[in-house]
Design a protein around this ligand. Structure first.
Ligand code: BGC
Length: 762
């Protein structure tokens, strides 16, 4: 047996008792050794050195020019560089120089910063470099640009989420970027919210599962592996629930909803080993998340036993003063945030908070224990990432960056995401040898396919587009030959360009492919006041419809924009979300049948803006003017998505009628491919509590599995569930399971779920 160092063993015991997570997983010898190194280093640090570890600055702060100046080269400003990097020895850094750079340039930048931190500061602590590599390593020039996360969610394929995480980590690490501000595990309950595109949608279970898989891919077996990246969960918490549907808006979340819907993805992600958490810029019930000690210290670090780093969002200490009006004094705001449990303050432009922290420890407004806790977490992550030994990576060691395997996985993700919402009389796949009119705002734009965080923050700049990638138009032309395609732009996002011309061309077309879309944007610039598809884009379809030619509507959008009026005019509707760089190819391959679509909606597609409910609403929410309970007017339900083949669900059996205590209930279902071609199907399992002391949800997703079936092939899936799947947050705001009748609902089409009842006895 290997001998265990007695000090390591003592630390192991202490940590095992203090952390729920480690009780289950047991602390490895490496982790225990890291704890020793952290404590040794911490004991040598001055208060100011500690406070510096609690600050994250933006890269432009150490470059020539103002923070937001336009740049085309990265030149360090010697005075600023010395101040932040060597004098203060700031703990971490984020952001890009403001233009797109490749792995070699990243290497040069990170190396210069790390070499100075290691060789020119008293303790030689490397910095932690964080970045928003949101859909692939979007800030590394050679990287692949994956579909946005909402599309990844629509695949309902955990393996793809894991692969997206793994490739993003690899391509980030190729640029010496070891810490990624992703994934987003916000529960997006409001379709108006622009960042729904960056989320896994509305359902806590789907979000938890896809989020956990992404973390496994990104963080791998150990962060010591230089091909992995530490993730940063965001945004804790309630960011996707702004009451007015806007970015960073106040959310009203009662304790029971917080625990039932918003916290579970974070809890699961933390069990998965998530390295860090970013606090949300919004307020919940009027309390900015950044000062909410109950959420951060009591729940996240206490109940969930989170041992990683808690970082603020961009400039959010400042926004406690300016946006939230909690105090006009930044020093006071710093105190509130640090005392709430923030370990790192993302304070992009300045180092002022270091001085505040030092001063407030001296005046006992912040305790040294709190500072030590924060710094311990930061140092722990740096050791876990092995940054002391390997502070940057040689790009040459990453030959797969932007390579064939990654491109193929990108294409696979886009293909599996695309969701066929409507297909009247098998209008799709399109037949060859026909004349096609391609039109619409999204038809010939790479930027609309890629969305925000694509080489630039908003993703609107065309100069970084890869000319080898295909727009929807390019891909259709490749498929059927340019001579068979007429292209007319039709509209811009909100302006008519030449709809008259588009209509005149429609006369001679056999098919009309109209590609509508959203302007690439995120955060505040993505706020909208109207969920309807912009009028001019709807008008185009209305005008084209006069010829009675088959209209194929392709939607390139993160949000489910209202299509009530144009839906009946469309023979087939393809939801492409924001499918990334291979999206044009994937859309065309779906249209022409090379890909059999298998995506399912990760959110409810509302029919009316005023009836935008999540599928897990209460019965009283859907009471109609007639007092009947049929007021849930979705255009398409959560989990909806068609295929070019058909699937039949049968033989739904429960292995018992009464589930007792902690027993397992086995739910089996047989799925048969009853159509003519191979296809993938997502079998969904929901549970409905028939009567409960807190009004039960209409239903709740508790399991899903994606399978592939050849024509005539059948498979039987057995889902195992237990009392944990029946629990809900009760009247006293804790999880409870109540005895009584429950209903299992199984299927792949939310309108045709097969229902079976059973009883639960405690
Ligand atoms: C966004 C975060 C992002 C951070 C750092 C903020 O404005 O809300 O999602 O990680 O900036 O760039």
């Amino acid at each position: 047996m290997q001998r265990v160092n007695p000090i390591i063993y003592i630390i192991f015991l202490v940590l095992s008792c203090s952390n729920k997570q480690t009780v289950e997983n047991s602390l490895s010898e490496r982790d225990a050794a890291i704890e020793i190194k952290v404590q040794q280093l911490l004991s040598k640090m001055t208060l100011q050195e500690k406070a510096s570890q609690m600050v994250n600055i933006g890269l432009p702060s150490i470059l020539t020019g103002d923070y937001w100046s336009e740049r085309d080269s990265t030149v360090f400003a010697p005075k600023k560089f010395r101040k932040f990097i060597t004098k203060y020895a700031v703990g971490s850094i984020h952001n890009t120089p403001g233009y797109l750079i490749g792995s070699k340039e990243w290497y040069r930048i990170v190396k210069e910063i790390q070499d100075s931190a290691i060789h020119k500061t008293r303790l030689g602590i490397p910095l932690l470099y964080g970045i928003d590599n949101i859909h692939g390593a979007n800030y590394v020039k050679e990287s692949v640009l994956f579909p946005q996360q909402i599309a990844l969610a629509a695949t309902w394929n955990r393996d793809l989420s894991k692969i997206n995480g793994e490739i993003t980590a690899y391509e980030s690490r190729a640029a010496s970027l070891p810490w990624n501000f992703n994934p987003n595990i916000d529960i997006a309950i409001n379709p108006l919210w622009g960042r729904i595109a960056e989320s896994f949608g509305e359902d806590p279970y789907l979000v938890s599962e896809m989020g956990a898989a992404y973390i496994q891919g990104s963080q791998g077996e150990s962060l010591e592996d230089p091909k992995t990246s530490a993730i940063c969960l965001k945004h804790y918490i309630g960011y996707g629930a702004g009451r007015n549907g806007k970015d960073r808006a106040n959310a009203l979340i009662p304790e029971n909803s917080l625990r039932q819907y918003y916290l579970p993805p974070f809890e699961q992600a933390i069990k998965e080993g998530a390295a860090s958490v970013m606090i949300s810029s919004n307020a919940v019930n009027g309390i900015p998340c950044h000062i909410n000690k109950y959420y951060i210290t009591d729940i996240l670090k206490g109940e969930f036993g989170f041992k990683g780093v808690v970082i603020s969002d961009f400039s959010d200490v400042h926004f406690l003063t300016e946006a939230h009006e909690i105090t006009e004094d930044k020093r006071e705001a710093t105190k509130l945030a640090v005392n709430a449990g923030l370990d790192v303050l993302m304070n992009p432009y300045e180092i002022d908070v270091v001085d505040y922290i030092v001063e407030m420890v001296e005046t006992n407004e912040i305790t040294m224990e709190r500072v030590d806790d924060a710094v311990t977490r930061v140092l722990r992550l740096k050791f876990q990432l092995n940054l002391f030994e390997k502070p940057y990576n040689n790009p040459e060691d990453f030959p797969e960056l932007g390579g064939e395997r990654h491109i193929q996985q990108n294409y696979n993700t886009a293909s599996e995401a695309i969701t066929l919402l409507k297909n009247n009389e098998n209008s799709l796949p399109l037949k060859k040898g026909k004349k096609i009119l391609v039109t619409g705002y999204a038809a010939n734009s790479m930027n609309v396919l890629n969305g925000a965080w694509s080489r630039t923050f908003l993703g609107q700049d065309t100069k970084y587009n890869d000319p080898t990638k295909l727009t929807i138009l390019n891909a259709i032309e490749n498929e059927v030959g340019k001579e068979n395609v007429d292209y007319v732009e039709g509209t811009d996002y909100t302006e008519d360009i030449n709809t008259v011309k588009a209509v005149s061309k429609a006369k001679n077309a056999d098919y009309i492919v109209v590609c509508i879309g959203e302007i690439p944007a995120t955060e505040k610039p993505s706020d909208i006041n109207e969920l309807q598809v912009p009028e001019v884009q709807q008008e185009l379809i209305k005008k084209l419809a006069v010829y009675n030619k088959p209209i194929i509507l392709v939607m390139v959008q993160g949000r489910p924009r209202i299509i009530r009026d144009i839906e009946p005019l469309s023979d087939a509707i393809v939801m492409a979300y924001v499918p990334g760089q291979e999206g044009g190819r994937a859309i065309s391959d779906v249209l022409f049948g090379h890909i059999n679509p298998s995506g399912k909606l990760p959110y409810t597609y509302p029919l009316y803006s005023g009836n935008a409910l999540t599928y897990y609403h209460k019965k009283a929410d859907i009471r109609d003017i007639t007092w009947a309970y049929d007021g849930f007017y979705s255009q398409y339900e959560f989990g909806h998505g068609l295929s070019y083949t058909t699937f039949k669900y049968s033989k739904v059996t429960l292995d018992k009628e009464i589930l007792n205590g902690n027993e397992t209930l086995k739910v089996s279902v047989t799925i048969k491919n009853t159509g003519k071609r191979e296809g993938k199907e997502v079998a969904q399992l929901y549970v409905k509590d028939l009567w409960a002391s807190v009004a039960p949800d209409s239903k709740r997703l508790i399991r899903f599995e994606k399978i592939s079936l050849k024509p005539n092939e059948s498979k039987t899936i057995t889902f195992e569930i237990n009392s944990a799947d029946l629990k809900f947050i009760g009247i006293d705001n804790t999880w409870v399971v109540e005895e009584g009748a429950f209903e299992i609902q199984v299927g792949g089409n939310p309108k045709e779920l097969i229902k079976k009842q059973f009883e639960y006895k405690i």
